[in-house]
Design a binder for this molecule. Structure first.
Ligand SMILES: NC(=O)C1=CN([C@@H]2O[C@H](COP(=O)(O)OP(=O)(O)OC[C@H]3O[C@@H](n4cnc5c(N)ncnc54)[C@H](OP(=O)(O)O)[C@@H]3O)[C@@H](O)[C@H]2O)C=CC1
Ligand SMILES: CC(=O)[C@@H](O)[C@H](O)COP(=O)(O)O
Ligand SMILES: [Mn+2]
Length: 385
């Protein structure tokens, strides 16, 4: 029996993870669940899965729902220290990190130090603090990738010799604006950007997919997870989102993982690894799909991808700064404060404000904090829509 905590249980990944867990009640127990505001769904989930520890980040929601949880004998907490305490509960084996942004950073580090397993959906943590997490990580033992591309790469690398890898090829759908010109990109609306052609996901990652920053973050995530140099990691646009990523070996063989765009598959694979369990999810029929296409990404139209690769190669605090600036800029776009193309433009400006430092957890947290502050200043000085 694996005893699981889900950070972000009311979101896209969190809800799909509970769907998977529900299929195998003899294998999983849910110990604790965390969300931001959605107390009513969180309470429903706690009741259904007999969960005794819950967390709501939003102070007002916490106050609003505290008595409801108490009436069911559920200990509802609030405050960032409590999120760390939750993952460190003695009867917890593994934690699914599914909160967007760097909220999961300290819980992830503390959980790994305490000998727990991390099921990593939250790529921002790896991007911001890869330098701190990789020394604590044993891939396939205490850390399992959930992100669909990284799950695919993990599967395509299984049993192989890492020094014989020539290239990791990471697929990208291209997002809703794959065929847009720069002129068209200037005035895209929030709802257009939230209309992902293949995946139904939370708003932050959906905007990242539209700018292609998501692929940039995933390249950095792959670099840290698989310890492969950036020169050997290549994005390719694949609008159908059927081939989830590929590994090319030194003999020219290319091994890929395919499946329908359904996050329950990589979630299940991570949670049950190394086993594969039968399920009734819809199956891929290549004949029905008919055509799979691939194209090169355009780094000029999608500047965020270029910036992320540059920040990854620069290393040091640059991935941390890239991620923090992007988080703030995406939020500003989602609240109508900046235009779509300004997301990458602002991230570039913020990156230019930083110089390398000696890396440790403190300097990473400080870079994250300062990058957010500087980004807000750039946004404050910009136009309002
Ligand atoms: N969705 C997907 O298919 C994929 C997602 N990922 C990654 O997984 C992560 C989650 O994405 P996704 O599920 O789409 O996000 P969603 O926006 O759908 O869900 C976010 C979840 O996090 C909760 N949350 C937000 N802030 C806090 C906080 N401060 N403390 C506690 N809980 C909080 C939300 O609670 P509430 O509902 O109350 O707001 C919600 O449960 C991201 O890092 C993303 O990049 C990776 C691959 C695919
Ligand atoms: C489902 C998943 O893993 C997302 O990261 C997805 O890949 C986003 O789609 P893009 O390929 O458009 O970034
Ligand atoms: Mn992905």
């Amino acid at each position: 029996m694996k005893r699981i905590v889900i950070l972000g249980s009311t979101g896209s990944i969190g809800r799909q993870a509970l769907e998977v867990i529900k299929l195998y009640p003899e294998r999983f127990a849910v110990v604790a669940l965390a969300a931001a505001k959605n107390g009513s769904l969180l309470l429903e989930q706690c009741i259904e899965f007999n969960v005794k520890y819950a967390f709501l980040a939003d102070k007002d929601s916490f106050k609003q729902y505290y008595d409801d949880f108490k009436n069911y004998g559920i200990n509802l907490t609030n405050g960032s220290k409590e999120l760390v305490n939750m993952v460190l509960l003695p009867d917890v084996d593994g934690i699914l990190t599914a909160i967007p942004g760097t909220i999961c950073l300290l819980p992830t580090i503390e959980a790994l130090k305490a000998g727990k397993v991390i099921y990593l959906a939250n790529k921002e943590t790896m991007v911001a603090a890869g330098e701190i997490i990789t020394p604590l990580m044993r891939l396939g033992e205490n850390l399992l990738p959930v992100d669909s591309e990284h799950s695919a790469l993990f599967q395509a690398l299984k049993g192989e010799i890492i020094s014989q890898v020539e290239k990791l090829i990471i697929t990208a759908s291209g997002g809703p604006f794959r065929e847009y010109t720069v002129e068209q990109l200037q005035n895209v609306s929030i709802s257009q950007a939230l209309n992902h052609p293949r995946w139904k996901m939370g708003s932050k990652i959906t905007i990242d997919s539209a700018t292609l920053m998501n692929k940039g973050l995933e390249i950095i995530e792959a670099h840290y997870l698989f310890q492969i140099p950036y020169e050997k990691i290549e994005p390719v646009i694949h609008p159908q989102s059927i081939v989830h990523s590929l590994v090319e070996y030194c003999d020219g063989s290319v091994i890929a993982q395919l499946g329908l765009p359904d996050m329950r598959l990589p979630i299940q694979y991570a949670l049950t690894y190394p086993e594969r369990l039968k399920n009734t999810f819809p199956r891929l029929s290549l004949a029905e799909i008919g055509t799979l296409t691939f194209e090169k990404p355009d780094y000029e139209r999608f500047m965020a991808l270029k910036l992320a690769i540059q920040a990854g190669k620069a290393g040091n605090i640059y991935p941390t700064v890239l991620n923090a600036a992007n988080e703030v800029a995406v939020e500003a776009f989602l609240t109508g404060k900046i235009k779509f193309l300004e997301i990458a433009q602002i991230v570039e400006k913020v990156l230019n404000c930083f110089s390398p430092v000696k890396i440790d957890l403190e300097t990473i947290l400080e870079a994250d904090r300062r990058a957010r502050e500087i980004t807000k200043q750039f946004i404050g000085g910009g136009h309002r829509w």
